[in-house]
Design a binder for this molecule. Structure first.
Ligand code: SAM
Length: 216
């Protein structure tokens, strides 16, 4: 099922950015942008599951550097193709569940619209892997969708055995997928980050939640 979600985003790469034009998203995304720009100015940022690079481009405008990763070459190609006038963005194919292969170097970490897709049975593995890229004291930000009644959902089911929630998705070419889409509320995030975070702040932005913490 994790693989189905990964394949879905590879196939969806060119359609993906439309989410950022949704009227219901505008206010929340503007607030996320504001916070991300303020937090990451002058930082060396590690980005997980960067997708088409919407946030990579934005962060590159204020950060010292950004290293953007994604498991899909299809989305990374689009992320690489954006303008980075400061020449401070690097990219790599990397599975978010895999730890860093060298000592941590980044003093900031970012996970945009990713935690909802983390398999509930692998959350600890992801959280450990993410923090293996960050030096102690690094600033981390994650944001994602909240379970908002205005969201349009075609089909949904819960899987009690894994604790995952699944949503049906359809691409423009008619292909159907069922992907993991878990809503991460504050207690759930606090539990997941307990061994790695200090000063965790979790805010409800309406359509989105956003969390900031310091890596330990
Ligand atoms: C909802 S998109 C988020 C993209 C981007 N962060 C954003 O906010 O616009 C989820 C991304 O996760 C990537 N992905 C899926 N499985 C992954 C994995 N195991 N490791 C890293 N990235 C993965 C997909 O390729 C896709 O680009």
């Amino acid at each position: 099922m994790t693989e189905e979600m990964t394949r879905y985003y590879a196939r969806r790469a060119r359609e993906y950015e439309r989410v950022y034009t949704l009227p219901a998203w505008q206010m929340g995304i503007a607030e996320v942008r504001r916070r991300v720009l303020a937090a990451f100015a002058g930082r060396r940022v590690f980005e997980v599951a960067c997708g088409t690079g919407y946030w990579t481009e934005l962060i590159a405008g204020v950060a010292t550097s950004i290293h953007a990763t994604d498991v899909n070459d299809e989305t990374l190609t689009l992320a690489r193709g954006r303008p980075y006038p400061l020449g401070n963005a690097t990219f790599a194919v990397h599975d978010a569940y895999m730890p860093a292969s060298a000592s941590p170097t980044w003093n900031a970490g970012f996970a945009g619209l990713w935690l909802s897709h983390v398999d509930a049975t692998r959350m600890e593995q992801f959280v450990d892997a993410f923090h293996s890229h960050l030096v102690p004291g690094a600033i981390a930000i994650a944001f994602d969708e909240r379970d908002d009644p205005t969201r349009t959902v075609r089909g949904m089911r819960m899987d009690d055995a894994t604790g995952n929630r699944y949503e049906a998705r359809r691409l423009e070419n008619g292909e159907h997928y069922e992907i993991v889409k878990n809503f991460i509320d504050e207690p759930r995030l606090r539990r997941a980050l307990a061994r790695h975070a200090r000063n965790l702040q979790y805010d409800d932005l309406g359509r989105f939640w956003i969390a900031t913490w310091e890596a330990t």
